[in-house]
Design a protein around this ligand. Structure first.
Ligand code: ZN
Length: 315
C-alpha cells in the first residue's frame, strides 16, 4: 500500500510518502513559530506534492493520507477533540475536506504518540509485539498503549495517550493541562529550562551560559561533570522511569518502548529505566523489556499504513 503521511509535532511537521513499512521519502517543515495550522497547509500540500514527484508516484497511486496530531483525536469521526497550546485552530479546520480538495484522498487522523507506536509495531523495534506501551520524550511527553494487538483508545478517544499527563508528584509544578505534577511538567522539553533554572547552584552552572537549554545541552553538561546538570538529569530519569512503571501497572505490556528526540541520549536513559523498572514493577510473570524506538523521528510517519488499514468498525 502506498500512502501519504503527516506527523504534526511540537516544533516541526514531518511529511512522508510510505510504501508499506518503507519510508520512500520525507521532508520536514519548521512549525515552531507558526501562528496556526491553517497558515501551514499550503506549505504542507506543496511538500507532499514534491515528495510524490521525487518518488515518481502520484496521489492517485496512494490509498489515503494518515496524519498524527499532538492532541486528543477521535479517529472514528475524523475529529480533533482537544488541543493543548499547539495548533489551536485545528479543531475548526476541515482537514478531511482539505485532503480531498488537494489530493483527492481521504484523510485519517490519530494522536501522534499512537501513530508512533503503530509505526514501531509495524516497522520498528517491536514488530509484531501485541502488548506494548510507548513513551515519547520530546517537547512534551507522549504516551500510547496497545493491548492484544489493538491500540487502546477508550470511550472518549483519550485512553493511554495522556501518558505525559500522568501525575508523578502531587506536590509538583502546575502543568499546561491544568493538573499538578504531570510527567511533562516535571521532565519534558518545555519544562526543562525552568527546572534547570530553579535548581540550586544554577548561576554557577555551565548551563547558565547556554542560550537554549534542551536535553542535548543537559546531557552534554552532565557528561562534563556539571553538578546542576547531573542533578536535573537524575531527576528526569526518575520521572521517566516512574512513568514506565505506571504504564506497566496500567496496561500489562511485554515491552516498554522509549522514543522521541531525547532518545539520542538512549545510552544514558535506557540502563537507568531498565534497572528502575526491574526493581519496582509488580508483575506475576517477569519483567517487561525496555527498549529504544528504532525508527527515530520517522516512527509516526511509518504508522500510516497500519492506521489506514485498520478496521475501525470494531472500535
Ligand atoms: Zn499535564
Amino acid at each position: 500500500m502506498l500512502a501519504l503521511s503527516l506527523d504534526m509535532g511540537g516544533t516541526h511537521i514531518g511529511c512522508g510518502v510510505v510504501r508499506d513499512d518503507e519510508l520512500l521519502g520525507s521532508a520536514s517543515l519548521d512549525s515552531e513559530l507558526a501562528r496556526s495550522l491553517e497558515s501551514l497547509l499550503p506549505c504542507i500540500a506543496e511538500m507532499l506534492r514534491t515528495l510524490l514527484k521525487d518518488n515518481g508516484v502520484t496521489a492517485e497511486d496512494c490509498y489515503g493520507i494518515a496524519a498524527g496530531f499532538p492532541g486528543i483525536v477521535d479517529v472514528r469521526n475524523g475529529r480533533i477533540l482537544s488541543t493543548l497550546k499547539k495548533y489551536e485552530d485545528a479543531i475548526h479546520l476541515d482537514l478531511g475536506q482539505w485532503a480531498i480538495e488537494q489530493f483527492g484522498l481521504s484523510l485519517r487522523m490519530e494522536n501522534d504518540a499512537r501513530m508512533a507506536l503503530l509505526g514501531e509495531q509495524y516497522a520498528g523495534s517491536v514488530r509484531g509485539v501485541q502488548d506494548v506501551v510507548m513513551i515519547t520524550l520530546g517537547t512534551g511527553i507522549g504516551g500510547s498503549a496497545m493491548m492484544l494487538g489493538k491500540l487502546v483508545r477508550g470511550a472518549h478517544a483519550q485512553a493511554a495517550c495522556l501518558g505525559g499527563h500522568m501525575p508523578v508528584n502531587y506536590l509538583g509544578h502546575k502543568c499546561t493541562c491544568g493538573n499538578v505534577g504531570c510527567a511533562e511538567a516535571e521532565a519534558s522539553g518545555w519544562s526543562l529550562p525552568r527546572i534547570v533554572r530553579e535548581t540550586r547552584g544554577f548561576k554557577k552552572s555551565s548551563l547558565a551560559n547556554v542560550a537554549r537549554i534542551d536535553f542535548r545541552a543537559l546531557f552534554t553538561a552532565a557528561r562534563n561533570g556539571d553538578a546542576v546538570a547531573n542533578t536535573v538529569r537524575l531527576h528526569c530519569l526518575k520521572v521517566w522511569a516512574a512513568s514506565a512503571v505506571a504504564l506497566v501497572h496500567a496496561y500489562d505490556p511485554e515491552v516498554v518502548v522509549f522514543g522521541g528526540g531525547v532518545m539520542q541520549s538512549a545510552d544514558d536513559i535506557l540502563p537507568f529505566v531498565e534497572e528502575h523498572v526491574e526493581k519496582h514493577v509488580w508483575t506475576s510473570w517477569g519483567t517487561p523489556r525496555v527498549c529504544a524506538a528504532a525508527l527515530g523521528g520517522n516512527a509516526a510517519l511509518l504508522g500510516a499504513v497500519p492506521l489506514l488499514s485498520e478496521d475501525l468498525r470494531s472500535q
